[in-house]
Design a protein around this ligand. Structure first.
Ligand code: NIG
Ligand code: FE
Length: 431
């Protein structure tokens, strides 16, 4: 692989110095920008970051070896990290979208056998190959939006066989696509209809049959539960997450999304790495998260698409909670791959600053999936995951909202998007 010399960015956002822990409070607004910055990339890693003069001087004698990527007038950032998706699924639910536009609620649709149940039926019926194809296409679009690492949850299988299928598809995608996937088991995403009268029976299956087998096959690092009134109670959530811990699975929670349910409190008391959604999190829950350093993964695209009030990102940052942002990419509550648009919503709907949303979608997102040492900032020795935007500074990325500004993407030292087009294989999708 040829070295890559990214030259002369108008702004090079390094976000350096936070590989050990996520940024909190005022630090979330500090990007450690180098004006007229350049990067030397070699063997898949970042070899040097500095001003154009510094990098040029260090590597002048080797310029002829390198592929030169001119970033004059452009913004260079760490590759974006999406720490919460339901990437692997089959089918779409635009019919439910239409019902919601006419007044039906998300939970009503789910309680009538639609929602997660509808996507579960479609995903159970799909073959491994079909799921791979559908999800591969989504990953291509993630890459075009500047995203280089994606967390992917199971949870549309809801039987051991189909949960394994979903996770195996995710592993194959990670091996075959440039984007790195991080794997989460979410067998407790919904109570299957046949256990409706006896949900604890299903909780026992998750604990006694699914978790041990998923762990044995090393299919996941994290364990997530949809803790919500009418889905899994805080007590059931605790049992499932404690059982996962015994097998080395790190807890995450879909918390306080639709109703306040003490999910934030639970995330802190159980030692979760993140609590996600948090639209209705309590003051007490937020301060407990701040104290324990639980990362708030906020999903303003879901609030937007469900026509609900967003989580109070501003309040959480001010309370000292490390905040990350994610698409929640899924067929029901957020069918998008545009993490840049989610960042726009972070500013416009949650009172976050343009600097804070960039921190939230890079280094803090990396920490939310235990990848803070590998990705999320541009520093010597880290993986060369780099996104180049065709804007002169990071504020314009938020100001000119709803537009895909991605010009190029370098993933593990390889140019995979160039001039807004995928260049790593022969697919014809482009911006
Ligand atoms: O994060 N809330 C639960 N799970 C997903 C939605 C899944 C679906 O509707 O298919 C979420 O919003
Ligand atoms: Fe989700």
């Amino acid at each position: 692989m040829k070295p890559i010399f990214i030259r002369n960015a108008s702004q090079l956002v390094t976000l350096s110095g936070s590989s050990d822990s996520p940024r909190t409070g005022k630090q979330m607004g500090e990007l450690n920008i180098i004006e007229n910055g350049s990067v030397w990339v070699e063997n898949g890693l970042i070899a040097m970051v500095g001003t154009h003069e510094e990098v040029l001087q260090a590597y002048e004698s080797r310029l002829h070896e390198a592929r030169i990527v001119d970033a004059t007038g452009k913004l260079v950032t760490p590759g974006l990290v999406d720490p919460h998706t339901h990437l692997v699924h089959s089918g779409t639910r635009e019919n439910e979208f239409n019902m919601r536009l006419r007044g039906a609620t998300y939970m009503e649709i789910m309680n009538n056998g639609g929602g997660i149940h509808a996507s579960t039926r479609a995903t159970q019926q799909a073959t491994h190959e079909q799921l791979f194809e559908e999800s591969f296409e989504r990953l291509q679009r993630f890459l075009l939006h500047g995203v280089t690492t994606v967390e992917a949850k199971s949870g549309y299988g809801l039987t051991l066989e189909h949960e394994i299928k979903q996770l195996e598809v995710a592993h194959e995608l990670s091996a075959k696509h440039p984007i790195d996937l991080v794997h989460t088991f979410m067998g407790a995403h919904a109570v299957p209809r046949q256990y409706k009268e006896n949900p604890d029976e299903f909780v026992d299956i998750v604990i006694n049959e699914m978790i041990p087998e998923i762990a044995k096959r090393k299919l996941a690092e994290f364990n997530d539960v949809f803790c919500e009134r009418g889905v899994f109670t805080p007590e059931q959530t605790r049992r499932i997450l404690e059982a996962g811990k015994e097998y080395g699975l790190i807890p995450k929670i879909h918390a306080d999304e639709i109703e306040p349910y003490e999910g934030a409190e639970l995330s802190a008391s159980i030692g979760a790495i993140s609590a996600d959604h948090l639209l209705r999190a309590s003051e007490k829950g937020i301060s407990m998260m701040a104290e324990k350093g639980v990362i708030a993964v906020l999903l303003p695209g879901t609030a937007f698409f469900l026509m609900a009030d967003s989580a109070d990102g501003r309040r959480m940052i001010d309370a000292g909670v490390p905040v990350a942002l994610s698409t929640d990419c899924n067929p029901g509550s957020s069918p998008t791959v545009s993490l840049p648009f989610i960042m726009n919503l972070g500013c416009l709907k949650m009172g976050m600053s343009p600097a804070e949303v960039l921190t939230a979608a890079t280094i803090n997102a990396a920490h939310a999936i235990n990848r803070g040492h590998e990705v999320g900032s541009l520093e010597k020795g880290k993986k060369a995951d780099i996104t180049i935007f065709d804007v002169p500074n990071y504020m314009v990325l938020q100001y000119k909202y709803g537009v895909n500004h991605v010009d190029s993407v370098i993933k593990a030292g390889k140019l995979v998007v160039d001039g807004g087009k995928l260049v790593w294989n022969n697919t014809h999708i482009h911006n």
